[in-house]
Design a protein around this ligand. Sequence first.
Ligand code: SF4
Length: 294
Amino acid sequence: MPRALWYHIYPGLWSDFFSHLGFQVHLSSKTVRKTVECAARISESEHCLPLKLHDAHLHEIVEKADWVFIPRILSTLPRHIACPKLGALPDCARAQFGDTIEVMTVEVNEAKFPLRRSLCSLGRSLGARRRRVRQAADAALKKMQKRRAAEINSTRSTESEYFLILAHPYNLNDHYMSGPVLSKLDLLNVSWRTVNFSQRDIAPKILNWDACSIMYHTLENLDAGQCRGVIQLSSFNCGCDSVAMPMFQRLLREKEIPYMTLVLDENEAQAGIDTRLEAFVDSVEWKRKGISSS
Ligand code: SF4
């Protein structure tokens, strides 16, 4: 499996499920500079960075595996839809690597049926017995919930005031993408939290895309007395974010919470990130103390 994109939406779920069924799972390596260089070389230039990285991770494993697993994700949240690009991933992989690999897939559409049903149908298609499939699905889902809870607790700052990091799960959970930002904030000695994607009971408001709707809901419920600022990590050429970001901006302006966006692409350099984060954190601090930046 490629360790990219949907892999980070459902942390650890698919590897645990296949392992419980007795399959040996090979993941691509973690994203490093070489992965990003490969992405820039082999992927379609108009893709967003997470899609390019998905291609690069696939590229790494196609030579080594007989089968590659890529789910067709149509929705990850009841009453919502996923970014349409996630629904086309198995077809894109077949088009790009079809001669060298077999693509195994399953539909994930949490707007229509629970994730457990997708797992059960995948397990059955692999010939596993019904009871064993149910046990594997339950065990993998339980582990994923635990993992998510641990992630949330590890990012929950104990400070009453914090910066909120807003990003799609694959930007947040891929250390190559979010690591430079989070470590810089630690160096600046500011506390931060990340958006919580385990929230399920969310009504679609002005945004029907699952991840964007969770982000919007989180911003709506922010307490301006506690949240000092919001930092969004977006990806270059992200269609959903290009619609959502002006809405986030409007909402945060009404709440008088400072907001900045960092757009990640394959050329992003640490120096550029550092400078912008320092400037943002300083300007938030000056505003709080009533100091003019001019
Ligand atoms: S939501 Fe944005 S970053 Fe994610 S796959 Fe869609 S276009 Fe790419």
